[in-house]
Design a protein around this ligand. Structure first.
Ligand code: GCO
Ligand code: MN
Ligand code: MN
Length: 388
């Protein structure tokens, strides 16, 4: 069905590390050959993606010579140019190298913290050169397995100092980066600092330049922890901080699976897409997932197409939901409006407080009303399953 074929206007992005995943896991060797960055650019453009994101070391190996770096970057830029793909987001790999085994910005070793700053500044330079305007911080190693080191409060301060430093660096260079902080509860660390979107929002308020920082929530990360991702995203939207989003899927309570978007929790995915579309989210929709380890290269492109197709199908379902008169009637019936009480409750005044205190409520009627959620939810299921 061609109507669910993406175009760059849909603003779908993938990472070099996502479609480029070679299928390694903690128990097994790679099952696929590496794909070159220019080849990934070509294939993603053919599939209708808008852009490709990267960590510094997805493109330039950590020990590359200056000449090698220049060649890799120029081949990549040529491919971007040839195929019209953008690099909207860049980030730093602060988790693979053993130097970061006990944290990067939150390492107890001041030398590691300084090296993390150096590596991030260089990576920000690269991202800027490639046109990125969003810079992501996923603190994969920023955490602990044991707290015997006693660095909990220090880690928060070190992380804050690092982000303040890098925001100032960005400004001093004339970069216009918006920074996004990506929460994850665990994996690879036993406990990662700032495990939820709410923790990130609270932390952002303590930074020197909070306006430059937003959140990059990820479907799998909340789901691993048994949380409802749509609820987390709603809170980030309410705070005006949804600058980027990582879409994928995950079974609750499992290891980090990074499944194809919509592969598992179709109902939450539907309410998420509806939320993004209803609120006119205008940032990138990044699929931070990878093909199953069982797959060959054809499976990788089937995976990438599937992520985008499912998003577009759910977007169409959200449109149908909003246009469905029976669903809209059930929604109206769910809400009880009372303009007088709403006016009294909206804002405190001594008069409003007094009026509410002296009001008589029919508590038993309030407790016996059936809001019709079973009916409404079944209508939603019928719609998602294509029966309406
Ligand atoms: C994960 C994370 C990463 C980050 C990426 C960009 O669980 O491994 O989601 O994929 O998104 O490192 O910062
Ligand atoms: Mn993840
Ligand atoms: Mn992610």
């Amino acid at each position: 069905m061609t109507e669910f074929t993406p175009t760059p206007a849909d603003q779908f992005t993938f990472g070099l590390w996502t479609v480029g995943s070679i299928g390694r896991d903690p128990f097994g060797e790679p099952t696929r050959k590496p794909l070159s960055a220019p080849y990934i650019v070509q294939r993603l453009a053919e599939l209708g993606a808008y852009g490709v994101n990267l960590h510094d070391n997805d493109l330039v190996p950590i020990d590359a010579s200056a000449a090698e770096r220049d060649r890799l970057v120029s081949d990549f830029k040529a491919a971007l140019n040839d195929h019209g793909l953008k690099v909207p987001m860049a980030t730093t790999n602060l988790f693979t190298d053993p130097a970061f085994k006990d944290g990067a910005f939150t390492s107890a070793d001041a030398r590691v913290r300084a090296y993390a700053l150096q590596k991030t500044m260089l990576s920000m330079d690269l991202g800027h050169e490639l046109g990125a305007d969003v810079y992501d911080f996923w603190g994969g190693r920023e955490g602990t397995e044991v707290d015997a080191g006693g660095k909990l409060l220090d880690s928060l301060a070190w992380f804050r100092d690092s982000l303040n430093f890098l925001a100032d660096y960005s400004e001093s260079q004339g970069y216009n980066y918006k920074f996004v902080l990506e929460p994850k509860p665990n994996e690879p660390r036993g406990d990662i600092f700032f495990p939820t979107a709410g923790s990130m929002l609270g932390f952002i308020a303590t930074l020197d330049k909070p306006d430059r920082f937003g959140v990059n929530p990820e479907f799998a990360h909340d789901t691993m922890a048994g949380l409802n991702f749509a609820h987390a995203v709603a809170q980030v939207i309410d705070a005006g901080k949804l600058f980027h989003i990582d879409l994928n899927d995950q079974k609750m309570g499992r290891f980090d699976q990074d499944l194809r978007f919509g592969a598992e929790n179709i109902k939450t995915a539907f309410f998420l897409v509806k939320l993004l579309e209803d609120t006119h989210y205008s940032g990138m929709k990044h699929f931070d997932a990878h093909a199953l380890r069982t797959e060959d290269e054809a499976g990788v492109w089937a995976f990438a197409k599937g992520c985008m197709r499912t998003y577009l199908m759910l977007k169409e379902k959200a449109r149908q939901f909003n246009d469905d008169s029976e669903i809209q009637a059930a929604l109206s019936a769910y809400r009880v409006e009372d303009s007088e009480l709403e006016a009294l409750s909206k804002k405190f005044s001594p008069e409003n407080a007094q009026a509410l205190k002296s009001r008589t409520f029919d508590r038993s009627a309030l407790g016996t009303r059936g809001p019709g959620l079973e009916h409404l939810d079944q209508l939603t299921i019928d719609l998602i399953l294509g029966m309406r």
